[in-house]
Design a protein around this ligand. Structure first.
Ligand SMILES: [Zn+2]
Length: 271
């Protein structure tokens, strides 16, 4: 059955240009927009004249399993992970808890107008599986990955290198392009908690299989110093990822705040 909505449309055409269309009728059939027009013959329509219709928003970096501690802070990135985040992510080892968080996350995303998200889940295969199942049920576009961390991590989150990699491949094979809206993204958390071996294996696999990768880069100066100490053979934080073949046109780097010119150049050249 055809549904008609009267509203105003804000249509972004390019980074410099957008158009505003006032009092427009949008005709929707089987969940798809079939036409937009200034006039309609039908008299029955839902009136949203006081609203503005925009394309769905896209969130390129979000941690689903941290939903329940949103806004909790600490002095700095590394203490914040230890004080607030790791313990919360551990709760998603429980499937019921992981299911509850996923429901809340996608409901809140849709209510905020976000229809596409690039997501990290807690480092548990089942929690990632549940996130995909929930995204599918809600009909959103989602690129989801299980966080990987195989060193320098609390015992309750620490993964064995082989298991971390094998489970991610399993999830990739099960979910990547399983529907037109779902894709998998390999998600080594960040260099301080990932071994060279793990990063290398992810890089090789992703390159071979044209898979997405996401990780964090240069969010905070203490984190940068930590990386310098752990990977003293590399001249910069970005070089750590380059050496492990993690940079490319399907890599999403979170934060990337304190970068040198040579690091920016390196990212540009690999993207
Ligand atoms: Zn993040």
């Amino acid at each position: 059955m055809m549904k008609i909505v009267k509203t105003n449309i804000l249509n972004p055409i390019s980074p410099e240009k957008s158009e505003f269309l006032k009092d427009i009728f949008i005709s929707i059939e089987k969940s798809r927009i079939v036409s937009i027009s200034k006039e309609i013959k039908k008299i029955e329509f839902e009136d949203y004249s006081g609203c503005i219709c925009i394309p769905g928003l896209i969130d390129t970096h979000v941690h689903l399993s941290q939903f329940n501690v949103m806004g909790k802070h600490s002095t700095n990135l590394l203490p914040w992970l230890n004080d607030q985040i790791f313990a919360e992510e551990f709760k998603s080892e429980d499937e019921n808890y992981a299911g509850g968080v996923a429901e809340k996350f996608f409901k809140a995303s849709i209510n905020a107008g976000t229809t596409t998200s690039v997501i990290y889940t807690a480092p548990f295969k089942k929690a990632c599986d549940i996130a995909f199942e929930t995204a599918k049920e809600y009909g959103v576009r989602a690129i989801i990955g299980k966080t990987m961390m195989d060193c320098n991590s609390p015992d309750f989150l620490l993964e064995d290198t082989e298991t971390s990699f094998a489970e991610s491949v399993e999830l990739f094979e099960k979910w990547n392009k399983s529907t037109p809206l779902l894709e998998y993204i390999f998600s080594p958390r960040f260099a301080p908690v990932c071994s060279s071996k793990l990063m290398q294996r992810v890089g090789e696999f992703a390159r071979k299989n044209n898979a997405f990768i996401q990780t964090h880069l240069s969010e905070n100066t203490d984190e940068i110093n930590l990386v310098k100490g752990l990977f003293s053979e590399c001249k910069s934080y970005t070089e750590v990822y380059q050496k492990h073949d993690l940079l490319g046109d399907k890599t999403i780097l979170g934060h990337a705040i304190h970068l040198s010119d040579s690091e920016i150049k390196m990212i540009k050249e690999t993207n």
